[in-house]
Structure formats: structure tokens, C-alpha cells
Design a protein around this ligand. Structure first.
Ligand SMILES: [Fe+2]
Length: 128
């Protein structure tokens, strides 16, 4: 299993020095703060907030996975060239239907050269 990189595991000095490298590999979760039980809910995972990642044949974002806590909800896989072999934000929108009282969303992004990167968790309140 590849090493999982997490933003909070990187010390402040290293974080500043490698700001662009860390940013372009980190998944960022974008969704509403609340969801309704039984209704479709869109969750977008964008790789990189400020910096874009390459889409080269030997270096690209191969997959994006969405979890609710420890449960895998969905995943998307890519091949090199999906994003036109240019630097871009890999962006995936998943539609899920929540059942519980809240979601603890976490996303992973996998770079073929730099391993798995984990997002900050995002809590979503689920109402009736
Ligand atoms: Fe990379």
C-alpha cells in the first residue's frame, strides 16, 4: 500500500517550502454544509486549491476516492490524457444519497508518482 500523505502531518517549515507541491496533490472537498436523508447530494473533489497538477503519461492523478469515515462511498479512475496532457485541477463530482445523521467526508487522491494524498475531513449534517 502506498504511503498516505496528510496535510497535518507536514511540519510548518516544510509546508511553506513545498507549498505548491503539497497544494497540487491535496484533494479539497466542496459541498453544502447540510444534506437531506434520501435525497441526492453532490460532493465535488478538486485536486489542488491554487496549484494545478500535470497530466503526463507517467505522472498524473489516477484516482479520486470518497469516504464517509471508514466506509468507501465512491471512486473515479482516470488515464493520462483525460485532462488533455496539460496542467489542470482534476475535478470529480460524486452524487451520493445520505442515510445517517451526519457524513464525515474524507477524500483521497492518487498521483502515479507521488502517492496517496488525504483531504481534510468535512462534516455534513444530515437532516430528515
Ligand atoms: Fe504528482
Amino acid at each position: 500500500m502506498p504511503k498516505i500523505n496528510r496535510y497535518i502531518d507536514i511540519d510548518t517549515v516544510e509546508r511553506e517550502a513545498k507549498k505548491d507541491y503539497i497544494d497540487r496533490h491535496s484533494p479539497f472537498i466542496h459541498c453544502a454544509k447540510t444534506a437531506k436523508v434520501g435525497e441526492p447530494f453532490e460532493v465535488t473533489v478538486k485536486m489542488g486549491n491554487e496549484y494545478t497538477h500535470p497530466d503526463d503519461f507517467d505522472h498524473y492523478i489516477e484516482s479520486v476516492t470518497l469516504f464517509d469515515g471508514e466506509t468507501k462511498l465512491a471512486g473515479a479512475t482516470y488515464v493520462s490524457g483525460t485532462l488533455g496532457n496539460t496542467k489542470a485541477h482534476n475535478t470529480t463530482t460524486f452524487t451520493i444519497i445520505p442515510t445517517g445523521k451526519k457524513l464525515n467526508l474524507v477524500a483521497h487522491g492518487y498521483c502515479t508518482k507521488h502517492g496517496v494524498w488525504e483531504s481534510n475531513p468535512v462534516e455534513v449534517e444530515v437532516t430528515e
